[in-house]
Design a protein around this ligand. Sequence first.
Ligand code: FAD
Length: 656
Amino acid sequence: QIAASFTKRQFPLARFSGDSAAPGIPHFDVVVIGGGHAGTEAAAAAARCGSRTLLLTHRVDTIGQMSCNPSFGGIGKGHLMREVDALDGLCSRICDQSGVHYKVLNRRKGPAVWGLRAQIDRKLYKQNMQKEILNTPLLTVQEGAVEDLILAEPEPGHTGKCRVRGVVLVDGSKVYADSVILTTGTFLRGMIVIGLEMHPAGRLGDQPSIGLAQTLEKLGFVVGRLKTGTPPRIAKESINFSILNKQTPDNPPIPFSFINETVWIKPEDQLPCYLTHTNPRVDEIVLENLHLNSHVKETTRGPRYCPSIESKVLRFPNRVHQVWLEPEGVDSDLIYPQGLSVTLPAELQEKMITCIRGLEKAKMIQPGYGVQYDYLDPRQITPSLETHLVQRLFFAGQINGTTGYEEAAAQGVIAGINASLRVRHKPPFVVSRTEGYIGVLIDDLTTLGTNEPYRMFTSRAEFRLSLRPDNADSRLTFRGYNEAGCVSQQRYERASWMKSSIQECISMLKSIEFSSSKWKKLIPEASISTDKSVPVRALDVLKYEEVDMELLAKAIPEPLKKYTECRELAERLKIEATYESVLFHQQQEIKNIQRDEALQLPKDLDYLTLRGVSLSSEVREKLHFSRPQTIGAASRIPGVTPAAVINLLRFVRTAQ
Ligand code: FAD
């Protein structure tokens, strides 16, 4: 059905007549290359912003494919998903239509660092994503491999040695575009590895992208090499679950999307996960066979936070490692052994699996494998994800050195918005690190670069108490609606209602005051301190761990009862109360940072020859390469000294 609708939708907007140089050649506002997690978000965001958009990808039937783990979210990653959703992105809504096991991680810690996470039915995710993408207004989807870029003279007033004008496909056909977004994941010179065997592929069963990698190198982009890997898949019926620890999901499940109150699956129908562990025999098999494992011998950097079993055995000898057995879907016969990513020859992988408890009779259906690929040093892009070198060319996703669906999706939505704004000559949409994890991710990439696959953690953010998963809409939805036009009216109205309800209720809670003895009578469950001399605000009572809005509203039904009718609102009020005093101090620090961020550095500064500023040649080179856009960003580049920042600051102030 999907394939049929795809065929019908080929190039409906192809009859573009505005390009006198090449009449008949299709022309779009934005062309996105790659239908992975970055590409789908980028294409949908550009279309939501009103741009006629073309998504060009190798195969339509792999749009929305989860190349590795059958899960979304987690610590830090769940925050990114909420922010993507706040900008009306797709992945959170699609996860709510496809999840099979929802579990909030870090529950014992404060809500600022809770990690929303779910096991996802791979097949459903792909189906739902394809349905969404193929039905997005202004978005056309076309199968094809892009080999080259069409370039033109640069636009005056912008940096960059040329401007992208379109793409050339493998069959030689051309498509013109005003902005192009590259989201090619692990496909640039991708090479798959199992044991000593290596063959070119973007991922198992898919061709790599070679022509495009060569084009980028020829243009002068600095290219690096990274690697990652995936575990084998095991037949479900061959596992002895009865002797393993079972993990039950949350009941009720917490949806990823702000606009969903529930998820598609009934709480009782969710699927369990099971936990098992490696043992010394696994270590022996890995160590005895290192000579048969070229991926491990390679010096390219792999994911530190999602390492292969080989690197865990080598880095932490004699330790037992967790292996989570995760369902791949409601009607899937496969289990994904998370923690067992491996590139040993296939027969040794099976030998290793069967010495693990519960897997003694396990049948391996698909071996694990590694992939090595080119990525582009992300210091070559601006915070809007446009490249410094080629105007109107944007990069998003794994191509920028990140790993993970959520990191890819977050960049995709920002690239899509900015590619579209660029076409309309509007200012870029940049999320600062004081506003969101998306800002932290992009600022880290563009100022620090990365030499290993980058993934998000809450520890990367300085303002964790402000950048919470629960309030991503109040941080980003209004900006998305007003500045980018990427947010629907329905979402905007819901976020507005939520924001005004929170403000209204918090000021009410500040104004309700009783003596502590009266509070003790009203809420005997709460351990309110008995200092009778000072009246206690209802907001302070809500800060007690054992008090929630429900309990407070039972004590004072009028005017509080109505704020308990929406579960999400009641929970958010409790969180706001908990963090009230610390947030006040954090807001001051945020203001200081925002002041530095407001000090823009001229885009066309030539740091290598700049006169009148005292900068060492090392600092000049670093600034020249990263081209920071603000004093704040310059100060975060490693090697740019505080003295250099002060000199730059003086320069900017006198230039203003
Ligand atoms: P992808 O999802 O890879 O999508 C790229 C898309 O671009 C594909 O649709 C492809 O067909 C298309 N494309 C490429 N070149 C062209 C071209 N020239 N023309 C047209 N279309 C093109 N993440 C983790 O968090 N942890 C892990 O352990 C992990 N392990 C992984 C193991 C493997 C083997 C692989 C392949 C990925 C792994 N990932 C892991 C990464 C995760 O899958 C990616 O981070 C995420 O999918 C990146 O999204 P993306 O959109 O950037 O790229």
